[in-house]
Design a protein around this ligand. Structure first.
Ligand SMILES: Cc1cc2nc3c(=O)[nH]c(=O)nc-3n(C[C@H](O)[C@H](O)[C@H](O)COP(=O)(O)OP(=O)(O)OC[C@H]3O[C@@H](n4cnc5c(N)ncnc54)[C@H](O)[C@@H]3O)c2cc1C
Length: 482
């Protein structure tokens, strides 16, 4: 099947309805539920964009198996131009939401590609897993699937002495190995886009220890979201039915986070990529190169998001006429620096791209690692800068209804500034509020802090993996330490 349209995506969600729970009710149809519907439509619009001939960048390429046009995010990059084309396509998708949709399907498509190209890695666990990785990538590409994923087990304690994350009844574990597959039980977090996805990728958390029964927790598989026994338990929706004027972001980009409960879920062997091999589970993301490609997608999104916040800040300053104030200039300058760092890292990662051990043209990991370690700190500060620039204007926010009421001209007049009508100003500041002060905005900051894993533990991993010896040697030489 060629790249899908938005309607085809929505229709598949309806036909393959998964078990989704939201505020105590089972959702019969996510595409019509008030808290999920408009998020689904935003994802659908991405699929439409793939087929839109007016988009200047190539959104599809020719499938090597079917000859159909398929989504560009599935491409196996063999030259720098492929990486650039993929980044342009991902930029187009990210711009539709100002980077507020973290889980556009390209996020996981690039992982599937990398896993398929590194298929022999999975073969190291069991020969047939190698073919499984290839088959699944092709299945996702040819059906243009939207995937969610979950890496982390629900844990009952975070004791510093540590649970392995695997020694508890609530963690997802294998209860039965059968001739035709495995049966799993437990709960995972936090499947963003879960209720709006076709399939779920369940990959290992990378903290498995070599305890006797750790094999039960060591696996990777992908299954349809409507597999019997699987349920998605949502948080409350941040799309509370308001207009796009009132909630410019929450009304459009609710991608929903969910706990995933597996109640004796059967996974056929052909959908399993790893099982029981702790070492391979702990190294899968780095060894297959999938993490690097995922970072390429994430930093592309971060560039778009930083540009969006800078654009919003620029309009806030312009509408308030505050551009001559030094503190205001300093704050906007900080946003320019943040955006510049993201852009520079992305560009550098492509400039230093090289063919990896699997034969895939891969962006340079170190540059992307810098960006992904910085952004969780940058983004909350960026939203703070929006708050500092906006102050009470972030609360002087009459709703759309006020602009359609008898007090319309009064409100419009009171809130007008030198160059902007009251209505224009409120539109800008409602957007700024949805970035920096609403529940939607708070969730964005939390997302950027944590979605790529705990930043502290990521920093520890960078400390342990980064080769500091060459610079230490240079300093030793300088000091003649011998
Ligand atoms: C909005 C959002 C969306 C997400 N989407 C997804 C998704 O789609 N798929 C997915 O798999 N995951 C997703 N995640 C989950 C993400 O992977 C985790 O949040 C992340 O790995 C951190 O784990 P945790 O939340 O359990 O934090 P915790 O482990 O509970 O950590 C909380 C805090 O305590 C500290 N801490 C806890 N234990 C220790 C310890 N032993 N030593 C030192 N410090 C410790 C941490 O540094 C951290 O600051 C999402 C998270 C968020 C917030």
């Amino acid at each position: 099947m060629p790249a899908r349209s938005g309607n085809q995506y929505l229709q598949t969600l309806r036909e393959n309805s998964a078990e989704v729970w939201l505020e105590g009710e089972r959702v019969p149809d996510v595409t019509s539920h008030p808290g999920l519907r408009r998020g689904a439509q935003s994802v659908a619009s991405l699929y439409d964009l793939q087929l839109d001939p007016s988009v200047p960048d190539e959104m599809t390429y020719t499938s090597p198996t079917s000859g159909d046009p398929v989504g560009m995010s599935f491409i196996v990059p063999s030259a720098l131009e492929d990486l650039e084309n993929r980044r342009k396509m991902m930029t187009q998708w990210a711009r539709t939401s100002g980077g507020m949709l973290g889980r556009t399907p390209d996020y996981l498509n690039v992982i599937l590609m990398a896993c398929a190209e590194a298929s022999s890695f999975f073969g190291g666990n069991s020969p047939e897993f190698s073919q499984n990785a290839i088959d699944y990538y092709q299945h996702a590409r040819e059906n243009d699937l939207a995937l969610t994923h979950t890496l982390i087990n629900v844990r009952r304690t975070r004791s510093a002495l540590g649970t392995t994350g695997t020694d508890e009844d609530v963690a997802l574990h294998i209860t039965e190995q059968r001739d035709d597959g495995i049966v799993v039980k437990g709960a995972r977090v936090l499947a963003t886009l879960g209720p709006l996805s076709d399939e779920i990728m369940v990959f290992p958390s990378t903290v498995l220890q070599t305890t006797e029964d750790a094999w039960r927790y060591a696996f990777a598989f992908c299954i349809p979201c409507n597999t019997p026994g699987l349920k998605f338990v949502c948080r409350e929706s941040f799309d509370i039915g308001r207009s796009t004027f009132d909630h410019p972001l929450g009304s459009r980009f609710e991608e929903m986070d969910s706990i995933v409960v597996f109640d004796d879920v059967f996974v056929p062997w052909e959908r399993v990529y790893l099982s029981g091999d702790i070492e391979l589970c702990n190294t899968v993301f780095a060894a297959t190169g999938s993490e690097t490609h995922m970072m390429h997608q994430v930093i592309t999104k971060n560039v778009v998001k930083s540009e969006f916040l800078l654009g919003v800040a620029g309009l806030m300053v312009e509408s308030l006429g505050s551009g001559g104030i030094p503190q205001v200039q300093e704050r906007v300058a900080e946003l320019i620096l943040d955006m510049g760092v993201m852009k520079a890292c992305l560009r550098a990662s492509e400039a230093d791209a090289r063919i990896d051990q699997w034969g895939v043209m891969s962006p340079d990991r170190d540059h992307l690692d810098v960006a992904r370690n910085l952004f969780p700190r940058m983004y909350p500060r960026m939203t703070e800068l929006i708050q500092l620039l906006g102050s009470s204007s972030l609360m002087m926010l009459p709703t759309e209804a006020d602009f359609q009421s008898p007090i319309e001209s009064e409100v419009n007049d009171i809130l007008s500034t030198e160059d902007f009508t009251g209505l224009q100003r409120v539109k800008i500041f409602r957007l700024a509020w949805d970035i920096a002060a609403s529940s939607f905005g708070s969730r964005q900051a939390l997302y950027e802090r944590f979605f790529f894993g705990d930043p502290t533990r990521r920093a520890i991993s960078l400390y342990n993996s980064y080769d500091r010896q060459p610079v230490m040697d240079r300093v030793k030489e300088f000091l003649e330490l011998g």
